[in-house]
Design a protein around this ligand. Structure first.
Ligand code: ITT
Ligand code: NA
Length: 182
């Protein structure tokens, strides 16, 4: 089995490859699908997966992952704008926005959208944690400021992160569904 994971983010592909080892091979494919303007990760991912599947040729199925960090004290910001905010404001300055807030809770959410010739299916995962000053060298994106159970996600190995993360949870639901189809 082979799945094309459509992303420009090597960290996402690494986590999917690690989680799905023994179930399916995962090839990272870069294709700039349209990220529609929407507050719904599900809509963005579904639209992207369908478009990528049609554009890349109807061979192996594709997966698209749309994720976001939702900060309680900022009313869910940056949410669907997380990639833009990482590139502009940056992770350190996002932490600065939250540093003096009493409530430092946040959650990650991701929606994985799968598309093949017959169907588009979505799988969701979320994890709640606490924002902290940056620590750790692993992971990617907002991982250094997201603490779960005393460790930031950047202090975890890929396997440790997958065991508790939003993406790991979405991949678990996907893997169960995928195994049923084969
Ligand atoms: P693709 O769209 O090409 O897949 P992207 O990095 O732009 O890659 P998103 O549009 O889903 O991904 O943006 C999500 C943002 O949240 C982006 O800044 C990521 O770095 C960050 N992010 C996503 N998953 C994360 C994770 O597991 N840990 C830390 N940050 C994460
Ligand atoms: Na993106």
């Amino acid at each position: 089995m082979l799945i094309r994971f459509v992303t420009g983010n090597e960290g996402k592909a690494r986590e999917a490859r690690s989680y799905l080892e023994g179930i399916t091979a995962v090839n990272q494919v870069e294709y700039d699908y349209t990220e529609i303007q929407s507050d719904s990760l599900e809509e963005i991912a579904t639209h992207g997966a369908r478009e990528a599947y049609e554009a890349l040729g109807d061979t192996e199925p594709v997966l698209v992952d749309d994720a976001g960090l939702f900060v309680d004290a900022l009313e869910g910001f940056p949410g669907p704008y997380s990639a833009y905010v990482e590139d502009t404001v940056g992770v350190e300055r996002l932490w600065k926005l939250v540093e003096d807030e009493e409530n430092k809770r946040a959650h990650f959410r991701t929606v994985l959208a799968y598309a093949d010739a017959e169907r588009t299916e979505t799988f969701e995962g979320a994890v709640a944690g606490t924002l902290v000053a940056p620590r750790g060298e692993g992971g990617f994106g907002y991982d250094p400021i997201f603490e779960y159970n005393g460790q930031t996600m950047a202090e975890m190995s890929t396997e440790e992160k997958n065991a508790i993360s939003h993406r790991g949870r979405a991949l678990a639901t996907f893997a169960e569904w995928y195994a049923d189809q084969h």
